[in-house]
Write a protein that binds this ligand. Structure first.
Ligand code: ADP
Ligand code: GN1
Ligand code: MG
Length: 360
């Protein structure tokens, strides 16, 4: 059976009516995403977003969906309609459908008239993003964190990511280590910096909060008419974390002058104007609740999220591309290179970034 045929069988298990259209959708690196159009009994077409949850990333899909249902129910009291994801149940009232091949499927209501951007097109989009993720953290401040499952253990524990990298290097499953000695040395030279946030969380110097943990630009839907944020999506990694993780990942992806997989590295750097736009927008909300130590950790977060992401791409490259979806040969290595270029650039611009944050 083709992927589409398997997906079609799954789409029929949800309480949505007949499936009249089903095609792959979006640019996520983790789940397999499909746009489905269903025809309801009264003949109306409805768009839905169906996903096969990646079980390489998420080992416990039922726990994952418990998190998503809890968080979206909680947020739905605080945001307008379509301001958070809506889970569509299966015909027998479940949040997730497991097919005979152990694929786990879920369906969300499709949020219309909004776009997930892969690149910043104007300052306003990044400002929108900063405000939206600040508000997202603020809204979840009183979410009962003890109810959240850790959907990916040690997700942003950078020392643990370094350990995974070293294990992959030792195994060298795909036989690629010999080709990436410079990249390996780049990582090993920075190992001492890896615990800059985890050590502060452990000592209590910065607090654990409920954070999104995957705040790249295409995980927020921006309203086509107003340019305002419509909905924060991709809630798979909402877990206790440090605010600097969310701030940092936004900068990593959104303040770069080039795409995450750009192959011409001369195009890749941190755009300090975009950095400032984002920092101002995020802090216009977050300054109200951040501690001084958290504010001080934001630039470290940008640095570590970028280093960590580069390390994860390199690790996946060494493992033979098993975690992130790739669309061409060496895709993970290309992604690793942009991240390391940004890391080096951030090392040069650290003082400048700190001055910008301190001035806000
Ligand atoms: P991944 O974990 O693979 O990144 P996402 O949940 O981010 O998957 O979804 C991938 C893409 O699908 C998003 O970037 C966005 O373009 C689109 N998308 C996801 N959820 C919705 C939704 N409810 N409505 C409209 N588009 C969506
Ligand atoms: C993945 O799921 P997606 O594509 O929004 C990854 C992030 C990485 C990002 C790099 C669950 O995000 O951690 O930063 O790719 N998500 C997961 O682009 O691993
Ligand atoms: Mg995503």
């Amino acid at each position: 059976m083709t992927d589409r045929e398997v997906a079609l069988l799954a789409a029929k298990q949800f309480n949505t009516g007949d499936v009249t259209y089903l095609e792959p959708y979006g640019n996520g690196h983790i789940n397999a995403t499909w746009l489905a159009i269903h025809k309801s009994a009264d003949g109306k077409d409805t768009k839905n977003l169906m996903q096969r949850i990646s079980t390489v990333a998420f080992k416990k899909p039922y726990e994952l969906m418990e998190n998503i249902c809890g968080v979206t129910r909680f947020l739905s009291d605080k945001v307008p309609a379509d301001g958070t994801l809506t889970v569509i149940p299966t015909l027998d009232g479940k949040d997730v459908y497991c097919d005979e091949w152990d694929n786990y499927w879920r369906v969300y209501k499709f949020i219309e008239n909004a776009t997930a951007y892969d690149k910043i097109e104007n300052d306003k989009d990044f400002q929108t993003c900063g405000v939206a993720f600040g508000e997202f953290q603020q809204m979840l401040a009183d979410y009962p964190a003890e109810k959240l499952h850790e959907t990916i253990v040690n997700f942003h524990n950078t020392p643990s990511r370094f350990a995974d990298f070293k294990a992959a290097l030792a195994k060298d499953t795909a036989g690629r280590a010999k080709d990436v000695q410079d990249e390996i040395n780049f990582v090993l030279a920075r190992e001492a910096k890896a615990d800059a946030i985890t050590s502060k969380l452990a000592s209590g110097e910065i607090p654990w909060r409920v954070t999104h943990n995957d705040t790249k630009l295409n995980n927020i839907l921006i309203d086509d008419a107003t340019g305002e944020a419509k909905c924060v999506i991709d809630l798979d990694t909402v877990m206790p974390g440090a605010v600097a993780y969310d701030f940092g990942d936004c900068i990593r992806f959104g303040a770069s002058t080039a795409a995450e997989d750009e192959t011409d590295l001369s195009k890749v750097s941190v755009d300090m104007h975009l950095f400032e736009v984002f920092a101002k927008a995020y802090l216009s909300v977050a300054n109200k609740f951040l501690t001084a130590a958290e504010k001080d950790s934001l630039v470290t977060g940008a640095y570590l999220m970028t280093l960590e992401c580069g390390v994860r791409f390199l690790t996946d490259y060494l493992n033979g591309d098993v975690y992130f979806k790739i669309h061409r040969e060496n895709h993970n290595l290309d992604r690793c290179h942009t991240q390391f270029k940004l890391v080096a650039d951030m090392e040069d611009k650290e003082a400048q970034m700190r001055a910008i944050v301190n001035a806000i």
